[in-house]
Design a protein around this ligand. Structure first.
Ligand SMILES: C[S@@+](CC[C@H](N)C(=O)[O-])C[C@H]1O[C@@H](n2cnc3c(N)ncnc32)[C@H](O)[C@@H]1O
Length: 182
């Protein structure tokens, strides 16, 4: 979603050493975008549960001359806190979530409410002050609407602690997006 990229470009500009996490690497579009923004000084960690997604991300990075600042984890994003080293904790500037299934992959393997919510909480804890979560939610695939509803409740809970920007709301048809700033 270009909304997410525009938001990230705006918020990350001027940060000398960017720490960014792509919680759902998929085909690597967001990982490549974050790797480019992070440059030689910054670091990107990307998670996915599917080997195909990790491979697709690796290939995209290589094709674009990116990847030297990226670590790929074949691992659920709900384990990000225990997977990432101490230098990440409290220092993360951006965490991208792009929920749903791997486009051109197995549509039956999707993000799931319980692990998504655990990962959102973990991501929030790892953020630096001023850091943000970019959350893109798709609702049309099986289970997507239910996941969206759970995420919308989580978002409401965050309103007292976070600055929240949204583009769209929980609904059965259109994808929606939220930027959650610490
Ligand atoms: C919509 S795709 C992501 C698209 C990606 N952002 C891109 O730029 O191409 C969602 C991805 O989430 C992955 N996924 C599902 N459950 C996950 C989990 N627990 N942890 C990490 N990734 C997961 C899927 O395998 C799928 O590749």
């Amino acid at each position: 979603m270009s909304r997410a990229h525009d938001f990230a470009r705006e918020r990350l500009s001027g940060i000398p050493r960017i720490f960014a996490v792509d919680a759902t690497a998929g085909n690597g579009h967001d990982t490549a975008f974050l790797a480019e923004l992070a440059g030689t000084e910054g670091k990107v960690a990307a998670f996915d549960v599917q080997p195909e997604a990790i491979e697709a991300t690796r290939t995209r990075l290589a094709k674009n001359g990116l990847g030297r600042n990226v670590e790929l984890f074949l691992c659920g994003h709900e384990k990000m806190a225990e997977t990432l080293g101490v230098e990440w904790h409290g220092n993360v500037n951006a965490v991208f979530f792009n929920l749903g299934y791997l486009p051109k992959g197995d549509h039956a393997i999707t993000t799931l409410p319980a692990t998504t919510l655990r990962a959102l909480d973990a991501a929030w804890e790892m953020l630096a002050a001023g850091g943000f979560i970019s959350l893109t939610v798709y609702t049309q695939h099986p289970g997507g609407f239910e996941e969206s509803a759970r995420v919308a409740v989580w978002l409401e809970k965050m309103r007292s602690r976070a600055e929240i920007l949204t583009c769209g709301v929980h609904n059965p048809i259109e994808p929606w997006w939220a930027g959650i700033v610490k």
